[in-house]
Design a protein around this ligand. Structure first.
Ligand code: NAD
Length: 246
């Protein structure tokens, strides 16, 4: 088995597993036109997250978040799923994928056809009014933001809208976290895809799955400081590697 390439090893593990899961991060959506935020030229190199993306700074001055949101809106409205998202949707359709835990907020897994998607950082395409709690779904708010409405205000009461994407310092959605933990405890193979594994608690989930008996295949363009948790590490592009191993 040791003479096999990482791709071949991953294929072998896929064959002998029946409760496959995935943990995805920004890297899986790069080929859909949404760059990750940390790489050179990424969002965090231009907008200090402490100033633009913490829950505290949002409460202080929501127009800062939505000014950055104007840029994000343009990317998110145009993005479409790539071959990586589609391969995971096919795996679910075949009855072999028990769930995708995603740190992404772009809705691309759902657009690709995946049903069992657990969003531990929320979803950028949902928003709600901070005052009356009216909910907004889809890209209409982002089209208003892209057109210059910063911050966007509630149609009913004029309150400030907040995207459901979780900000730094904001509690994670509790039900999503318990579902994610359940998946980690019951999966027999976790595909960890396009994440630097630097944001917690997502970064800890592969370890939890491993401790619960799963094998781990990690697919990323570059090394992460948690590669040691993986049984197989594939250095590569998620939109090429996933269709080839699934
Ligand atoms: P990250 O930016 O910390 O790490 C992304 C990793 O993906 C990097 O290690 C990079 O080398 C790798 N990568 C880039 N392109 C790739 C490709 N084509 N194939 C395989 N790997 C590739 O992202 P993270 O760990 O997900 O954490 C960042 C946080 O920012 C998350 O919480 C997420 O919510 C948010 N975010 C979301 C989106 C999105 O929804 N699409 C985009 C950017 C950031």
């Amino acid at each position: 088995m040791t003479d096999l390439s990482p791709i071949e090893l991953a294929k072998e593990l896929m064959k002998s597993s029946s409760r496959i899961s995935a943990l995805t991060g920004a890297g899986i959506s790069v080929d859909s036109g949404i760059p990750d935020f940390r790489s050179e030229g990424g969002l965090w190199t231009r907008y200090d997250p402490h100033e633009y993306a913490t829950y505290e700074s949002f409460l202080d001055d929501p127009s800062k978040f939505w000014t950055m949101g104007k840029e994000l809106a343009k990317l998110f409205i145009k993005a479409i799923p790539n071959a990586g998202h589609k391969a995971l949707a096919n795996l679910e359709e075949d009855g072999r994928l028990i769930g995708i835990i995603t740190q992404n907020i772009d809705n691309l897994h759902q657009t690709a056809g995946s049903k069992k998607v657990i969003e531990i950082h929320g979803n950028y395409l949902r928003a709600f009014c901070m005052e009356c709690k009216k909910e907004y779904v889809g890209d209409s708010i982002h089209k208003r933001v892209a057109g210059g409405e910063v911050p966007p205000l509630c149609d009913d009461c004029g309150g400030v809208l907040k995207s459901e994407a979780v900000l730094f310092g904001e509690p994670l959605p509790e039900s999503a976290m318990s579902e994610a933990i359940e998946v980690c405890r019951s999966t027999d193979l976790m595909l960890v895809i396009g994440t630097s594994l630097t944001v917690y608690p997502g970064a800890y989930l592969p370890q939890l799955a491993k401790t619960s008996g799963a094998r781990i295949v990690l697919i990323n363009l570059e090394g992460t400081n948690r590669d040691h948790v993986a049984d197989v590490v594939i250095r590569g592009n998620a939109s090429e590697v996933l269709p080839s191993i699934i």
